[in-house]
Design a protein around this ligand. Structure first.
Ligand code: ATP
Ligand code: MG
Length: 627
């Protein structure tokens, strides 16, 4: 309890207890508290005034002394705060300076880098971004469960001991002799003779009868790789024998499985081959059937059944094979998914999956279809991808999705076949049709004329028929019967000329086409490579004539110019005159990672532009998913 206050004028008369604390009025206590709490923000003079007030009594003086001590402490606190504040500012300044320093250094470094290097860096970043956005090529279940196979598939095939005994250097020498570039761990050996590949004799006899006596470079390395069970990416120019590289192993795997336990109703397939077009699927299927028949005819081998699974045909026609169990299915994605979903086919025994024209399959909108096909697989499979064109983006994506793959590359991916003589002519749009007739005289038939425009295909055919040229036409809007009639009559020599859109440009192997006329140059140079690749196959020479004019974009012309230079072809004057804006930047010219074109970079790739446009259109169509 506070002692009674001393009466005014009698203060000396009292003894002050030692623990006496002078009374401080409420208003002053409040002021002191206020100063304590908010004092930091008040000017010094005001603070002192607040704390000291105008005490005149001893008690007030002592109270004020206590308050002074408090003020001193406050001042010390304040000084400390200021010091911390200064230090913070100093540090911030240093960080800012450091950032400026880094920026300055980067500017100096950038100035040193060539434009080409900067472009390459930008490309790499964009590619990495695209890669991140892309899901692995695997079934939905595998992706959901995070199933990751680490070991390649096992097969019972072994190279003969004298090949196995070759040193890695000797094996590499064989690859170099055939210009085979190989990437991947522990590669199987390259084998230069079919007989050393342990292929059954009746098959060797069949191949020899077709003039296939020694393996082509892709076969030298690709067949042993596929026979060994390894995942593989096979890249080799058009007409170089990729089909045999993946059909032979499918047959060998089927033979092995059938020998273990014969296939019965509802079983199979062992091997699945997917193609982007019905015509290509039929051609591959016919090749498989012919080889299976050759094996069966020998008498020592079991019957192997193949199934063609494409849209536009009646599957009931193949009911017999389906009922007895199939070993090999050759399919286009749509019909195959339909059959798998309806349970008419299953992939429970499937060990071997091959995609022909794989780059086209992946970037022409079949990527999701491939994933849904893969989701029907119960177990691990051997996966193989083949194409003449395989831009870096697809190669990287494929490498990620396959298991310990081997990449077999013969020549640059996307390069034109050197056996094709490429002639590029400037023909005005209105003169094209008339000049076509003259151009047809260059070689004897058969001739293929390509245009990406379906109406143009029809117009050309009509014009040729009017002029008495035996011509058939094929494009995606024709009925299946019309398409089949066109292919059959052209293949058998019944018709001299086939006018075609892009559907007939990939993989189709016609009998010794003499001349390919590219009536309208496709936007993507890879499509051009496939189109001219219908001639000059299997080591024979062919001619390709391409019409260009004002309607052909400068960038496409630039891609074409580099492709001609690479294939050591004659370059017409008007192409020589086109300057490459990147030439001044220096650096090595590499193919565009998205479309393989040599005349442009990623930033002005027509294919990427088209992809973006398609994606935007698809997003615009999405209505939010509500009911
Ligand atoms: N080793 C070989 N020797 C001779 N001819 C062969 C050989 N291998 C395949 N052929 C023949 O070469 C032609 C082209 O083969 P194939 O269709 O497999 O080429 P491709 O590489 O798939 O071409 P594309 O890229 O156009 O699809 C076929 O007629 C085929 O019979
Ligand atoms: Mg092919």
């Amino acid at each position: 309890m506070p002692p009674a206050p001393a009466a005014k004028g009698t203060e000396d008369a009292y003894d002050v207890p030692a623990d006496y604390k002078p009374y401080v009025p409420v208003a002053k206590r409040r002021a002191a508290l206020l100063a304590q709490v908010g004092g930091r923000h008040l000017p010094q003079a005001k603070k002192v005034k607040l704390l000291s007030g105008d005490n005149s009594t001893q008690a007030s003086r002592e109270g004020s002394a206590a308050l002074d001590a408090e003020a001193e402490r406050q001042a010390a606190d304040e000084a400390e705060m200021e010091r911390v504040e200064r230090e913070k500012t100093r540090r911030e300044k240093t960080l800012l300076q450091a950032a400026q320093e880094v920026r300055r250094k980067k500017e100096i470094e950038d100035a040193r880098k060539s434009e080409a290097e900067k472009e390459a860096e930008k490309e790499a970043a964009l590619l990495a971004e695209m890669e991140r956005a892309q899901k692995k090529l695997a079934g939905a279940q595998e992706l959901a469960h995070g199933t990751a196979y680490t070991d390649s598939m096992k097969t019972s095939w072994r190279p003969p001991h004298y090949i196995r005994n070759l040193s890695p250097e000797e094996q590499q020498a064989v690859r170099e002799k055939h210009a085979i570039i190989l990437e991947g761990e522990d590669p199987p050996p390259a084998i230069e003779h079919f007989a050393d590949m342990k292929i059954p004799k009746p098959l060797l006899k069949y191949l020899s009868g077709k003039g296939i006596k020694t393996p082509s470079p892709i076969q030298i390395q690709g067949i042993p790789t596929a026979f060994s069970g390894r995942d593989m990416i096979g890249i080799a120019f058009t007409g170089s024998g990729k089909t045999l590289t993946f059909t032979l192993p499918a047959i060998m795997q089927s033979l092995e499985m059938e020998a273990k336990l014969p296939f019965t109703r509802g079983e199979g397939p062992v091997g699945l081959i997917i193609c982007p077009s019905r015509e290509l699927a039929r051609q591959t299927y016919e090749g498989c059937v012919a080889m299976c028949d050759a094996l069966k005819a020998d008498g020592d081998y079991p019957e192997l059944r193949s199934l063609l699974c494409i849209g536009g045909i009646n599957m009931a026609d193949q009911a017999d094979a389906l009922n007895r169990g199939v070993h090999i299915v050759v399919a286009t994605p749509g019909r195959l998914i339909d059959m798998l979903e309806k349970g008419r086919l299953n992939a429970n025994n499937c060990k071997y999956l091959c995609m022909d024209e794989a780059d086209r399959m992946i970037d022409m909108g079949f990527e999701e279809d491939v994933r849904s096909i893969m989701s029907h697989f119960k177990y691990q499979r051997q996966t193989l991808l083949f194409s003449a064109t395989m831009p870096r983006k697809i190669q990287d994506f494929a490498q990620q999705s396959l298991i310990n793959p081997i990449l077999v590359n013969v020549g640059r991916a996307g390069a034109a076949n050197m056996d094709v003589i490429q002639e590029v002519e400037y023909v005005k749009q209105e003169a094209k049709m008339v000049y076509l007739l003259e151009c047809l005289q260059k070689t004897p038939p058969p001739v293929i004329i390509f245009s990406d425009n379906k109406n143009e295909v029809d117009d050309i055919q009509e014009y040729l028929l009017l002029k008495g040229v035996e011509a058939v036409a094929i494009h995606g809007s024709k009925t299946q019967d019309e398409r089949e009639y066109a292919i059959r009559s052209f293949k058998t020599g019944g018709k001299d000329v086939m006018v075609a859109s892009g559907v007939a440009s990939k993989g189709l192997d016609f009998n010794e086409i003499q001349h390919v006329i590219v009536y309208t140059m496709p936007k993507e140079i890879e499509d051009y490579v496939h189109e001219i690749g219908r001639t000059g196959r299997s080591g024979k020479t062919g001619v390709a004539t391409t019409f260009v004019n004002m309607n052909t974009s400068e960038q496409t012309l630039l891609d074409l110019k580099y492709l001609l230079m690479e294939a050591k072809q004659k370059i017409p004057e008007f192409l020589l005159d086109i300057d490459d804006p990147r030439a001044a930047q220096g650096g090595v010219l590499r193919g565009c990672p998205v479309c393989g074109g040599l005349g442009h970079g990623l930033s002005d790739c027509p294919k990427l532009e088209e992809e973006m446009r398609r994606k935007t259109a698809a997003n615009a169509r999405y209505d939010g998913g509500g009911y």
